[in-house]
Design a protein around this ligand. Structure first.
Ligand SMILES: Nc1ncnc2c1ncn2[C@@H]1O[C@H](COP(=O)(O)OP(=O)(O)O)[C@@H](O)[C@H]1O
Ligand SMILES: [Mg+2]
Length: 287
């Protein structure tokens, strides 16, 4: 365990609760276990609430989010939380210590209240995988988190290098950590490119594979591509839509324009419309 990870083991939880007063001897074993859980959850919650890194925008995560984090700890996906990696518009990303075998993981927490719910709905409408959603903000954010998890799986299956999805619980997603020793790997924007031509070919092939698997990223740019261990990794697939989405064509055009513009700045002669034509010609999402 590295130093920046704060411990969550019960022996490090301060103070002893007043368990004797709370235990009802007529309870079943299951009731007691549940109650014990609740008390431990309360301690966990108090601990996280007093931890600087979980204070987001003058407040802390709501109890349901803390319960989701707690469940991930209980289920062994997370042993300890590390420092924040990013605070975005809709989500905060943290480094964490995962299971024994796994080592470091990244934990992305979508904020129920701060997220721009209208923007999210736009991406969810028309996606046959998420047809049943009502106008409830919480449900939209929860579906969004599951959507990112599902998109990561689908992309991986299609041979696109993305962070391996590990677990999803409510508005919290646990995935492979890209980086080492708590330091996140650079984005394409930060990285120094020795060979922009090869880099472009890899990005183009990943875009083709995604499209071939029926997905359009929808927010692809040098900021959502990570350079890790000499590999390019596509991240941030929450908003990715299937080709059935009414705006998927528009999103593909925009992704191609962003990617082309980045590589133009690297001195290359690439165009968004040519990139899009190449992807469409070389993929068969309808199969
Ligand atoms: N799996 C990961 N490993 C390491 N860093 C990550 C990982 N996922 C995200 N990050 C970091 O967090 C930042 C924001 O993550 P991202 O998924 O793009 O969310 P947002 O929707 O806020 O843009 C990324 O630019 C990257 O630096
Ligand atoms: Mg991003």
């Amino acid at each position: 365990m590295t130093e920046e990870h704060s411990l969550l083991e019960p022996e490090n939880v301060e103070g002893v609760g007043d368990e004797w007063e709370e235990i009802d001897v007529s309870d079943t074993e299951a009731d007691k276990v549940q109650r014990q859980r609740d008390r431990e959850f309360n301690k966990f919650r108090e601990r996280l609430k007093n931890t600087e890194q979980f204070k987001v925008e003058q407040s802390v995560f709501d109890d349901a989010t803390l319960a989701a984090l707690y469940k991930l700890v209980q289920d062994g996906y997370v042993q300890a939380f590390g420092g924040p990696l990013s605070s975005g518009k809709e989500a905060n990303v943290y480094s964490a210590l995962g299971s024994e075998e796994r080592g470091e993981v990244a934990v992305k927490v979508y904020r129920i209240n701060a997220s721009d719910f209208r923007d999210m709905r736009e991406y969810l409408v028309g996606d046959p995988r998420f047809e049943e959603l009502g106008g409830n903000k919480k449900r939209v954010v929860l579906a969004w988190t599951r959507k990112e998890f599902a998109n990561l799986k689908r992309a991986r299956k299609a041979g696109v290098r993305v962070p391996e999805p590990i677990a999803v619980q409510r508005n919290v997603l646990v995935m492979e950590f890209l980086g080492s020793d708590g330091e996140r790997a650079p984005t394409l924007d930060d990285a120094h490119l020795e060979n922009p031509e090869t880099t472009f070919e890899v990005v183009r092939e990943y875009m083709r594979r995604l499209y071939d698997a029926g997905l359009v990223h929808g927010d692809l740019s040098e900021y959502n591509i990570i350079v890790h261990d000499g590999e390019l990794v596509i991240i941030d697939l929450g908003q990715a839509v299937t080709i059935h989405h009414p705006n998927s064509g528009e999103f593909l055009t925009r992704d191609c324009a962003n990617v082309a513009s980045f590589f133009q700045r690297q001195g290359m002669d690439v165009r968004g419309d040519e990139l899009e034509a190449w992807i469409r010609d070389n993929a068969d999402p309808s199969k």
